[in-house]
Ligand binder design. Structure first.
Ligand SMILES: [Zn+2]
Ligand SMILES: [Zn+2]
Length: 735
């Protein structure tokens, strides 16, 4: 072992020894927290504990529910016999008809000369259709599986019958999430709060569809329930301007009366207006700009009053919303993070504390995004700014290109500051980037150093060491600016080996392969790439700060606000579950006061300040493509099917009178087999079709049956040859 290695080891050991007391303390703290509460009284595993201590758990035996024949009042034996007789009679008629049809079919039968049994094909088709359904409907919610101990039914799966028999409390305030809970990916956030015939709506977000949905760009909540109760809607509120909260506005807002007030902060309303202006005939809506620091209470209906609370997140004009209802105060956290040393104004903890002290929070809806991230936020936005500055110092002779989310206005402000301090000019590239900076400037949400921003076409005239470009594409999006700079498709910039590209972001789960692809492309051009989270490669970091609170931030906040009832929202199912566990195990909120709801669940807040689930409304998705046009679920299923198995079209020209084949059938294969290489199979199919159309038929019903049989037989022949079942479409022309 050389000296250096020894030194390194010694250093490591020393570091570990120094950290040990800390780790031990953390572990002890964790021990104090009652993590095994499934075994606590009321927990779903309580019986196991009781079993140990001797108390017997009575198992229901089969005989209790066995029900003998005499149990029913009437004469069951006679009824049974009569029923059997009728069934038998119908069966006989059906059977004879079936037999007749069978002989006809038999007559038309052609030897397919296949070795694979039909049953195998049917099995393949069934499995395929299950796969396609699972892929295309993962977000579509009927009655979702939810057997969490916080599901509101003591861990039992709710049934249709239970939902139907639910008796709503007419005096309850109803909280109904219609999007954003327990989905695959975070998005399409939307919540309704309802009391008697008054409703308020909070947020209207989109969810960007993953690759599982071919040709679908994004989805929005299905608002059938609101459309059925339009006259009840009294106000629409927006917490902040991220697309998972406002992205569905251009589809949904036009459905509402233009008289309904729409509340949001300056920046949020600005972003909504910008989005609406993209519509051909944007309706004139009743926008109401709110300054949360004024602590105004807006009486939006007879029974609802709302107040916006300034909180920190990764976008200007971010808020939480307090709704005062006849049954108590509801706090919707929106998205938030805690920062000791924020760039802008600190979260309005003073106002929150005042509300908690004077009124108390009866129900809190708290976001769940980063509940799986341990500890507190490890650094601040200023650290990110410093890192970006040091990139400009380290790579002082070349262009610095920074990719980040276009809504990161504070980050952009920091970049401008760091660039100005080093004599660099900044240009923005990307449609959403330019849009957002414009809105931020108008809402005075960003401070810009003098003479720093220049246009793209002007910055390329400057020497490299004075160039800084801020662009979109940090998620590896194929058509975003960064990728276009690599391929040379960008109007002004082509990446060169002296460029330094900074990813001031983290890949959103699911986007990792695309980001890797972009990074590879940049490296192939010889550029320097600096990514957040890879400090060991360049010694530069951190380069990003998440907009969402970490676990201990949540612990602190919920401890501070001690709500009576707690409902995690804004998260995938595991996040909601972990958030609920935090509330019970760490904060000590009783299990019965915590609910994990799904989109469409009706959560009642009663006069007694209890929460319970009571029924469901229709919830679901509307899918859209990248031209903002709706895509039907059936189309998505077809696309998935075709992408796996392909499509096979046969065009037959038959004699109108005899049904005989008039000419060689046309065959089209797409996404299945390449026809030029499949002569033998095509010959077999042609031979089959000639035989099949040998018999004389002429009526339309006969043609229909023929078409079905051809479809089935061809599928069988194709499956026999290839192991795949493409969508087979026989087209019959009669001449
Ligand atoms: Zn957000
Ligand atoms: Zn969000």
């Amino acid at each position: 072992m050389n000296l250096k290695e020894e030194e390194r080891r010694a250093r490591l050991l020393k570091m570990r020894a120094e950290r040990l007391p800390d780790i031990k303390k953390q572990f002890e703290e964790a021990q104090k927290r009652n993590f095994n509460s499934n075994f606590a009284p009321g927990g779903k595993d309580e019986a196991l504990v009781r079993g140990k201590t001797g108390a017997k758990v009575k198992k229901p035996t089969r005989t209790t529910h066995g029900g003998s024949a005499t149990a029913t009042g009437k004469n069951p034996v006679a009824a049974k016999a009569a029923k059997a007789a009728t069934t038998k009679a119908t069966k006989t008629t059906k059977a004879s008809a079936k037999a007749a049809a069978k002989t006809e079919a038999e007559q038309r039968k052609v030897n397919l000369s296949v070795s694979v049994k039909k049953g195998e094909m049917v099995h393949h088709q069934r499995m395929l259709s299950q796969d396609v359904n699972a892929q295309a409907t993962q977000h579509i919610i009927g009655i979702p599986v939810n057997k969490s101990r916080y599901n509101g039914y003591n861990g039992e799966q709710v049934t249709n019958a239970k939902i139907k028999s639910a008796r709503p409390d007419p005096d309850a305030v109803r909280v109904i999430p219609i999007g954003g809970l327990g989905e695959f990916g975070i998005g399409k956030n939307m919540t309704i709060i309802e009391y008697k015939s008054e409703m308020i709506v909070i947020d209207m977000g989109v969810l960007f569809a993953g690759e599982d949905y071919p040709g679908v760009n994004y989805m929005i909540p299905d608002i059938k329930y609101l459309e059925d109760n339009m006259s009840h809607v009294k106000a629409i509120l927006f917490t902040h301007a991220h697309l998972d909260h406002i992205g569905a506005c251009r589809h949904l807002l036009p459905k509402f009366s233009p008289l309904i007030p729409i509340y949001g902060t300056d920046f949020t309303i600005g972003m909504i207006k910008k989005q609406m202006s993209e519509l051909d005939d944007a309706p004139d809506m009743n926008y109401q700009v709110v300054d949360p620091l004024k602590h105004e209470k807006f009486q939006v209906s007879e029974h609802f009053s709302v107040e916006f609370i300034h909180t920190l997140h990764s976008i200007p004009g971010n808020t939480a919303i307090v709704v005062r209802t006849p049954n108590g105060l509801i706090y919707l956290s929106g998205d938030w993070r805690h920062e000791e040393n924020p760039m802008g104004i600190q979260t309005d903890y003073e106002r929150i504390d005042e509300i908690v002290k004077k009124e108390g929070i009866d129900l809190m809806l708290n976001e769940s995004t980063n509940i799986d991230s341990p500890g507190h936020h490890p650094h601040s936005e200023f650290d990110v700014g410093e890192s970006l500055g040091s990139v400009m110092d380290h790579y002082a002779n070349g262009r610095v290109i920074i990719a980040c989310f276009s809504s990161q206005i504070s980050r952009i402000e920091l970049i401008l500051k760091e660039a100005a301090a080093r004599g660099r000019k900044v240009a923005f590239s990307g449609f959403s980037m330019i849009n957002n900076v414009e809105v931020a400037l108008r809402a005075k949400a960003i401070k810009v150093p003098k003479d720093t921003i220049v246009k793209m076409e002007d910055i390329i005239k400057l020497p490299d060491e004075r160039v800084c470009i801020v662009c979109t594409g940090s998620q590896g999006e194929m058509n975003a600016v960064l990728n276009r700079m690599i391929t040379g498709a960008h109007k002004f910039i082509k990446i060169k080996s002296t460029d330094t590209i900074v990813f001031s972001s983290n890949p959103i789960p699911g986007n990792e392969p695309h980001v890797v692809n972009t990074v590879d492309g940049l490296l192939r051009e010889g550029a320097q790439v600096i990514q957040n989270g890879k400090t060991h490669l360049t010694n530069i970091g951190p380069l990003h700060l998440s907009g969402h609170a970490y676990y201990e931030d949540h612990v602190d906040f919920v401890t501070r606000t001690h709500p009576t009832n707690y409902m995690p929202y804004h998260g995938e199912f595991y996040m909601l579950q972990h958030n609920a566990e935090m509330a019970e195990n760490v904060i000590g909120i009783p299990k019965d006061n915590i609910l994990i709801a799904d989109d469409g669940d009706i959560v009642e807040l009663t006069k007694e300040k209890k929460i319970r689930k009571c029924g469901r409304i229709h919830a679901g998705n509307k899918l859209y493509d990248d031209a903002d046009q709706p895509v039907h679920e059936a189309v998505v299923k077809d696309r998935i099917h075709i992408s796996r198995e392909g499509i096979f079209v046969i065009v037959l020209t038959l004699n109108k009178k005899t049904g005989h084949l008039m000419k060689t059938p046309d065959i089209v294969s797409r996404a299945f087999i390449y026809l030029d290489n499949s002569e033998e199979l095509i010959g077999k199919i042609r031979h089959y079709l000639r035989q099949k159309t040998d018999k004389s038929i002429s009526t339309d019903p006969e043609m229909k049956v023929l078409k079905e049989e051809i479809k089935e037989d061809i599928t069988h022949i194709l499956f026999d040859a290839t192991g795949h079942t493409p969508i087979v479409i026989p087209v019959i022309n009669k001449v």
